[in-house]
Design a protein around this ligand. Structure first.
Ligand code: DQA
Length: 153
């Protein structure tokens, strides 16, 4: 089972970027924790980060037919990334679900952060629990995919 862990704009700056909101854990540290958890869950994780919506769409297209699911922190693309939204809808259509992750509680911040254009095509969302949200999303995704595999046998 292959899970893609994708991070959008500005998430490469985690650790130093507004630590009061996003914490002081770096993206490399989050990826290491995910790698460990993936080992325990017996699945593979592949990581990708870009500050460009089109690069994320290209990456996801390149993994179609290979990846089973996506853990995605889209950064601000969550609020306006319509080509990413259409990409996630295409992935969902071929049975590849995405779980959206936000480190911060977007609903407790500026009003515009509650405008969520990807959420309607995501399988679910984890928000407001910091870096642990990525681990929760990975566990949920693997659990849902395994359940779907076993019921389709
Ligand atoms: C974020 C929330 C977004 O609103 C923001 O633009 C980010 C980070 C989060 O993880 O809390 O870049 O996705």
């Amino acid at each position: 089972m292959i899970i893609l862990v994708v991070n959008g704009p500005n998430l490469n700056l985690l650790g130093t970027r507004e630590p009061g909101i996003y914490g002081s854990t770096t993206l490399a540290q989050i990826e290491e924790r995910l790698r460990e958890r993936a080992k325990a869950l017996d699945c593979e994780v592949e990581f990708f980060q870009s500050n460009h919506e089109g690069a994320i769409v290209d990456y996801l297209h390149s993994k179609m037919g290979e990846a089973n699911g996506v853990v995605l922190n889209p950064g601000a693309l969550a609020h306006y990334g319509l080509s990413l939204r259409d990409c996630l809808a295409a992935l969902a259509d071929v049975g590849v679900p995405a779980i959206e992750v936000h480190l911060s509680n977007i609903h407790a911040r500026e009003g515009w952060r509650s405008n969520l254009v990807l959420a309607p095509v995501a399988k679910g969302m984890v928000a407001g629990v910091g870096w642990r949200g990525y681990l929760a999303a990975l566990e949920v995704l693997v659990g849902l995919l395994r359940e779907a595999q076993s019921t389709s046998l």
